[in-house]
Design a protein around this ligand. Structure first.
Ligand SMILES: [Zn+2]
Length: 258
């Protein structure tokens, strides 16, 4: 399938997973994942060194939980290596000023990717795709990923998976559950900041759309991604500009408020 699916399909992605993830909030989210038999993408940080992700004392059961989710059909994604975003390099999806990978020399990126993959595999997980911390990655990242046999990533704003720079991009366009008419939509969720209200909204969404939720495995099997057609590529570029504009506005507003 390389046409835009109708009705829409949804892929749930859970970000910033590491042993110090907010346990209570993660459990609330996983209860929904289990209740609606969702097979999410798990964006796991191999060796977290980002203080912002230290939300609970380290959970000794964390890795076991990830293995169980994987055995139930979730896909593990390599979410950076340390999630320590100190580089100011320009990303292919330029939404943040600082990133972990974009701008670093190829050798350095390759080293971090290999270290991350080794850690995840050492915990018995099978990382199958890449999720860049803060959308920060460049051509060197893609070269390093291909070299390690990771040929999929979750990012970009088109409505179908596509091939770019030798890697399959599974677009990630939403940060909250929103229903759409057609297309494949990845909804990125952050358990560390997910409020009860957001969790209730997700429950209501799944109550209606659980049947339309797909998995990484199914997406790989059902789509045969090629380069984006001109029209879809243009729509993607427009969506990226709108998103950037929204973020600039939001930043300006929060600065005004002090
Ligand atoms: Zn992250």
């Amino acid at each position: 399938m390389d046409r835009i699916p109708e009705p829409a399909q949804y892929l749930i992605r859970i970000d910033d997973l590491c042993p110090s993830v907010d346990h209570r909030r993660l459990e609330r989210l996983l209860a929904l994942v289990r209740a609606y038999a969702i097979r999410p993408i798990l964006a796991v940080v191999p060796d977290n060194r980002d203080p912002e992700l230290a939300c609970s004392p380290a959970d000794p059961e964390f890795w076991q939980k990830m293995r169980e989710l994987e055995s139930l059909g979730a896909a593990t994604a390599l979410h950076g290596c340390y999630h320590h975003c100190a580089s100011r390099g320009k990303s292919l999806i330029p939404l943040h000023r600082r990133t972990e990978f974009a701008g670093l020399p190829l050798d350095e990126q390759r080293e971090m990717l290999c270290a991350g993959l080794e850690i995840l595999r050492g915990h018995g997980l099978h990382p199958a795709l890449w999720v860049a911390p803060r959308h920060g990655f460049d051509r060197n990242t893609l070269t390093a990923l291909r070299g390690e046999g990771i040929n999929y990533l979750s990012d970009g704003l088109a409505r179908i998976p596509f091939l770019r720079e030798g890697v399959v991009w599974i677009p990630q366009q939403l940060w909250a559950p929103v229903s759409r008419r057609r297309g494949l939509w990845t909804i990125c969720l952050h358990p560390n900041s997910m409020t009860q209200t957001q969790s209730d909204a997700l429950r209501a969404f799944l109550e209606k759309h659980a049947e339309q939720c797909t998995s990484f495995e199914r997406v790989c099997a059902e789509f045969t991604p090629g380069e984006l057609h001109a029209r879809e590529a243009l729509l993607e570029a427009v969506a990226l500009w709108r998103l950037r504009l929204r973020r600039v506005r939001k930043r300006a507003l929060s600065m005004k408020r002090g």
